[in-house]
Design a binder for this molecule. Structure first.
Ligand SMILES: Cc1cc2nc3c(=O)[nH]c(=O)nc-3n(C[C@H](O)[C@H](O)[C@H](O)COP(=O)(O)O)c2cc1C
Length: 219
């Protein structure tokens, strides 16, 4: 009888345990002419209260790590990666996004989807983790670029750490130019407590750690 009760409980709790996934709209590849985006990109630190649309969020994520082609079995992405090893995992703090609950999400590259990590209002926590920088609480979304170091160091050793930092720049610039192309406001951030941001996401800070932050909001 006890076993049956446990079984029934398990069956009914399955939908609650299942991770919530949000399929993102297809990227549309329309925006400013590249040269115009280059000229217009500027660090902007004030944002309106308007939510970012799911299409905008989708396009920004795609620009960061979207799969663009397959080459000899390797799924290649928008940003280059040493040895096509792709050490980055991207998380988003969503403060203000259309059709998305406030919370922390993880980008599933292969599915072009988001999975929810934690639901809730993290404006103050992420602001505190960035030495109190106010724009972090006002941005619609905050990209957290985290790296799983071993993916690259297992092939390149210590030099892999250099490659990872270079790659953060590639991904970051893609997001900044994409945001500019969509007419959005954006700024990169290096001033934050690794420990506090890692704790917020729930990563260990050793095997995987946050390397770079990018804010995006409506102008
Ligand atoms: C690695 C890096 C870290 C940065 N960190 C911060 C930051 O923590 N806070 C901030 O407001 N801006 C930050 N910035 C943005 C710079 O202040 C900005 O790029 C610079 O003032 C030049 O302005 P521009 O981006 O409009 O060309 C950072 C930029 C880079 C490249």
């Amino acid at each position: 009888m006890k076993k049956i009760c446990v079984l029934i409980l398990l069956i009914f709790s399955l939908p609650i345990l299942a991770i919530e996934k949000i399929k993102l709209p297809e990227p549309n590849f329309k925006g400013l002419v590249f040269e115009e985006a280059l000229k217009k990109r500027r660090s902007v630190r004030s944002y309106t209260k308007e939510a970012l649309s799911l299409t905008e969020i989708s396009q920004l994520l795609f620009s960061a790590q979207g799969i663009t082609t397959t080459y000899y079995g390797h799924k290649l992405r928008t940003a280059p990666s040493a040895g096509a090893l792709y050490p980055f995992e991207i998380y988003l703090v969503v403060n203000n996004g259309e059709k998305l609950k406030s919370g922390i999400y993880h980008y599933l590259v292969e599915e072009h989807s988001l999975e929810i990590v934690k639901e809730g209002n993290f404006r103050e926590k992420i602001k505190n983790a960035t030495l109190g920088q106010e724009p972090v609480a006002q941005a619609g979304i905050v990209f957290l670029l985290t790296a799983v170091f071993e993916r690259t160091t297992k092939k390149y050793g210590e030099r892999g750490i250099r490659y990872i930092h270079i790659e953060a720049g590639h991904i970051g610039q893609n997001i900044l130019l994409q945001a500019t192309s969509l007419g959005l406001a954006t700024v990169p951030m290096g001033a934050f407590s690794d420990q506090e941001v890692n704790k917020l996401i729930g990563i260990d800070g050793k095997k995987q750690s946050t390397v770079y932050l990018i804010l995006v909001g409506k102008k």
